[in-house]
Design a protein around this ligand. Sequence first.
Ligand code: SAM
Ligand code: SF4
Length: 319
Amino acid sequence: MLDSYGRSIDYLRVSLTDRCNLRCIYCMPEEGISKRNHQDVLRFEEILKIVKGSASLGIKKIRYTGGEPLILKGIDELIYNTSQISTIEDISLTTNGILLYDMVPELKKAGLKRVNISLDTLNSEKYSYITRGGDLSKVIGAIDKCMALGIGPVKINVVLMKDFNDKEVGDFINLTKSMPISIRFIELMPIGEGEKLYKESALSTDTILEDYPNLIPISNRSDSTARLFKLKDGKGTVGLINPVSCKFCNRCNKIRLTPMGTIKPCLHSENEINIKEYIYNEELLIAALKKAITNKPLEHHLDKEKSSRSKKMMYQIGG
Ligand code: SAM
Ligand code: SF4
């Protein structure tokens, strides 16, 4: 379906939970997250109804994210049931990878084709610092297992941060020499906890192009948010994602579903459409989804305002 600016909206990102087994410093506060009651968050059967309704409006791609989606029991079944919707062409998952190693076979069996794993450093002490306690070896093991079992291409999301991982950019890029993975450097966004770090840590991904002129541009899908590059004879790719310095709102094809049952037509807008109350009435549900797509704002204002207008945090919306 087209939004009111003529953009074709075919991608739904679903945040399955706002809970997480890590506490990345730019995403979640260390303490003070209270657990929601079960009735306040969508159940998988409700999510499936929304996914089906969205599919009838032209949504073809689904990404399950969070919080951390792999802490939820039955996610393989949700993926399987999603894969049975005939018009859904692509199902992917964004995870921190901590619980992934043991789950790769069941996720693959359920129909998962692709996975994005968030990993901001290759140094175990720095990893433990940025995630407040995460074990890097678990993530590395999961990446190897995904590749061994053919879930791929594996995409690694790296939030670029000054004086944290900017000296590791070369090490990440070098992984693409021999491994068929996609390393994607993403700008830190001033949203939620990220806003506190933004001033001192934000760095444009353009600096990578200045420092690594050996990256060769390659073409990418027209709706992709990443500018893609590769090393000469490299097996993988390097993506640069600039949500702040060079926004891609004119190509945005997504809407987002939060665990609380609201649709966010734009990650950085305060607008949310509550669809929870319509889940069991197909006609009203479709009308609410149409309204959400139609009301998608033209653009965000992060570049000028240096602050997101979103009232929800990244762990509540999903990246
Ligand atoms: N827990 C899963 C994970 O970490 O992959 C999925 C949810 S997490 C919110 C999704 C993505 O958002 C991660 O890649 C994370 O690095 C990114 N993210 C969180 N806060 C961010 C911020 N302030 N700026 C840029 N990316 C952010
Ligand atoms: Fe959890 Fe992902 Fe946020 Fe890290 S980025 S705290 S893993 S939701």
